[in-house]
Design a protein around this ligand. Structure first.
Ligand SMILES: C[C@@H](N)C(=O)N[C@H](C)C(=O)O
Ligand code: ZN
Length: 252
């Protein structure tokens, strides 16, 4: 179970009021490449009936198409590759628990060992830098539950994801967008230089289309949510949490 400290750790953007514009959640068109099988559905995350993660608010879909155009003006050989998009709150809760359990295994910690409480809290805090709490409070929705956030990378013309110098969802400083900046400046022609430039190309294309980037994650961008409003200096977000889908098939 997550501690109260983690649950109530507010983000700097959590103070932005949300006035939802009511736009619908729509399919991401197939002209935008998807990385499949979907990573969280493959883990058994509780998506509910007919809950397709490759959906976003229409304004976000439109901007994603624009971002791909921007990218291809500079790099015609590349495309965007979608890793994850809409994420219902039960899936957010499942993935936060999954990330904590994975990190505990990596650090050889036992969840129930009281003598390791401090190390366990460190894991929870580290995971909390990357995963939003699965808050049900309409004032602090997890970004992907609003249909405003997308996790994505770059792929080549065959749809193969490029090496960006770190896996999507890695817990650690390697995931920070500027992680390789210094090494890239020091050593042009190095792998760090390549990875930094790829991260920059992704961020530039997304930025030109109006998206804001998460400060800790090279792959996470949003348009219209609280983080976006905070980063752009806007008073309000335009997308809030969407209803949680049914978990059982409806009976006639
Ligand atoms: C960790 C990553 N997949 C992600 O989506 N992070 C954001 C901040 C979130 O949990 O909403
Ligand atoms: Zn994300």
């Amino acid at each position: 179970m997550l501690s109260a400290r983690t649950f109530f750790l507010l983000r700097p953007w959590s103070d932005r009021p949300i006035r939802d514009c009511g736009e619908s959640l729509n399919q991401i068109p197939l002209s935008l490449h998807r990385l499949e099988p979907h990573p969280y559905a493959s883990l058994g995350a509780p998506y509910g009936v007919d809950a397709d993660p490759f959906r976003l608010r229409q304004g976000v879909v439109d901007r994603l198409l624009r971002a791909q155009d921007e990218l291809q003006q500079e790099h015609p050989e590349l495309c965007l590759a979608i890793f994850d998009a809409w994420r219902p709150i039960p899936v957010q809760a499942f993935m936060v628990e999954h990330a904590i359990a994975k990190e505990c295994r990596k650090r050889k910690l036992k969840r129930n060992d009281r003598s390791q409480a401090e190390e366990l809290q460190r894991v929870i805090d580290d995971v909390g830098r990357f995963w939003a709490p699965p808050s049900l409070d309409p004032c602090t929705p997890p970004p992907h539950s609003t249909g405003a956030a997308v996790d994505l990378t770059l792929a080549d013309s065959q749809g193969i994801a490029l090496n960006m110098g770190g896996e999507i969802d890695a817990i650690g400083s390697i995931s920070e967008p500027d992680h390789y900046r210094e090494a890239a400046n020091d050593q042009p022609q190095s792998e760090a230089y390549l990875w930094h430039n790829r991260r920059q190309s992704l961020a530039e294309a997304m930025g030109k289309a109006g998206f804001s980037q998460h400060p800790n994650e090279w792959w996470h961008f949003s348009y219209g949510d609280q983080l976006w409003a905070w980063r752009k200096g806007f008073a309000e977000a335009i997308y809030g949490a969407l209803p949680v889908p049914d978990s059982k098939p409806r009976t006639a």
